[in-house]
Design a protein around this ligand. Structure first.
Ligand code: LLP
Length: 429
């Protein structure tokens, strides 16, 4: 199979925009807009890049479910042999609904795991709990004791590594709420090993770390790997017998704007930094938790232009999608490429592309040069496969949009559009 570098493309310059072999207007006609469209090949290709770059190093790529938790995508990745990084009981149920045999490939992250979530994960038999506080370790020990099982855990340490990204998605500094300070980790491992009850209920199987998201420079990942490898060496010297995994979290970034770039090169640089950081540490399996890198560019949000209008000096393009469908521009001032689906009209104009929600923050682009568009035209908001649908809401009582997975030239609905009655169903008057 030859893989697409960019799933959203025009087979010939005067063609409409396609997702792999599927013309977008056909999908819009069949399932309406707004519509999330994903390329299965692009996701499989990305997963393969990690697997290739890590060849020779025992590893498991655990897809971060939060990036896009569509059951169809989870199933697709599970078939490739992926593991899964979850942060809630709900995400665990999703993974099991997609593949009931995947539990052994699940790592459970998150600062606020509840007792019922821990119970669910113990019952399912997940691979490892990434524990983020002393209190959580105590709760895990207690719940494991109740079930009469031994809970496999890794401490998520905070390596105090700076990563240059948006402040809302940087996580590896001491001042962040995540993980436990790396200096405090050995004492906690010791307590788990030597505590009278804890020793019977907990098994330390690794160390984990996650320094943030949308990090494009490989260096901070290398620095985190160095610190974690040093910790593992120290823990082994301290008599920690069962440590066998290092989880380096997710976070590898993509290019939302600018010149074309090579994802294969980026993964290779990332893998090289990580290998160097580990410095030949043996007897460990590497776990990674990429989310965005696997799915962002595989997805677009397809939307129809409802109106165009001029307010003072500004020209607005009003689409049928809104910030509830894709919140990244509003929340992080994130840039998303926008392309008219029809081949471009020659005339360009500078516009704000906005949604229908009653907030001025509801925009997809500001002062963006686009070919002139008219009501009824379709736009593709690109790189929306990660943190798009999964971060969507029903604000303004707007039904969540439908999602379509393209496999080659075939497209199938993998989530139907909400009906308003789905939204009202849980409520009582
Ligand atoms: N592992 C852990 C423990 C995480 O917290 C995250 C993301 C990941 C893995 C996956 O990171 P990725 O490979 O996708 O960068 N909503 C934001 C991103 C939030 C990321 C939160 N944690 C956005 O739209 O940019």
């Amino acid at each position: 199979m030859s893989f697409p570098i960019r799933p959203f493309h025009r087979p010939r310059p005067r063609d409409v925009l396609h997702c792999d072999g599927a013309p977008l207007p056909k999908l819009a006609k069949r399932w309406g807009t707004p519509l999330y469209v994903y390329s299965a090949d692009a996701i499989v290709e990305r997963f393969g890049l990690f697997d290739n770059a890590l060849a020779g190093l025992p590893h498991l790529v655990c897809y971060a479910v939060k990036a896009n938790s569509s059951l169809a995508i989870l199933k697709l990745l599970s078939r490739c042999g992926a593991g899964f990084d979850i942060v809630s009981g709900g995400e665990l149920e999703r993974v099991l609904a997609a593949d009931k045999r995947a539990a052994g490939r699940v790592v459970f992250s998150g600062v606020g795991k509840t007792a019922p979530e821990i119970d669910l994960a113990l019952r399912a038999g997940i691979r490892v709990f990434n524990v983020e506080s002393e209190g959580e370790l105590e709760l895990l020990s207690e719940r494991a004791g109740k079930r009469g099982v031994v809970a496999p855990f890794a401490l998520r340490v905070n390596p105090d590594v700076f990563a240059d990204t948006h402040p809302y998605i940087s996580t590896g500094l001491r001042e962040h709420k995540f993980g436990i300070a790396i200096e405090g980790a050995p004492a906690l491992y010791r307590r788990a090993r030597q505590g009278r009850r804890a020793a019977k209920r907990l098994r330390a199987v690794g160390v984990s770390v996650h320094i943030g998201s949308q990090i494009r420079d490989p260096a901070p990942f290398g620095a985190a790997a160095t610190r974690v490898a040093a910790l593992v060496r120290a823990l082994r010297a301290d008599g920690e017998p069962t440590l066998r995994s290092i989880d380096l979290g997710g976070g590898l970034g993509i290019e939302y704007e600018g010149a074309p770039w090579d994802p294969q090169e980026r993964v290779a640089a990332y893998a090289a930094a990580v290998r160097a950081g580990l410095g030949g540490l043996d007897g460990v399996e590497l776990l990674l938790e990429p989310g965005r890198f696997l799915v962002a560019e595989a997805g677009a949000l397809l939307t129809e232009v409802l109106y165009t209008k001029q307010n003072g000096t500004k020209r607005f393009v009003i689409t049928d999608a809104g910030m509830n469908d894709l919140i990244r521009p509003a929340l992080y001032s994130a840039h998303h490429g926008i392309e008219p689906v029809a081949p471009g009209r020659k005339q360009k104009e500078t516009v704000d592309v906005v949604g229908t929600v009653c907030e001025s923050g509801d925009f997809f682009a500001r002062d963006r040069q686009l070919p002139r568009v008219e009501p009824g035209d379709l736009l593709a908001i690109l790189d929306a496969g990660a943190y798009g649908a999964s971060l969507s809401s029903t604000y303004n009582t707007r039904p969540r949009v439908a999602e379509v997975l393209v496999e080659g030239a075939k497209a199938r609905l993998v989530r139907r559009r909400d009906r308003v009655r789905d939204l009202l169903a849980p409520e009582r008057v």
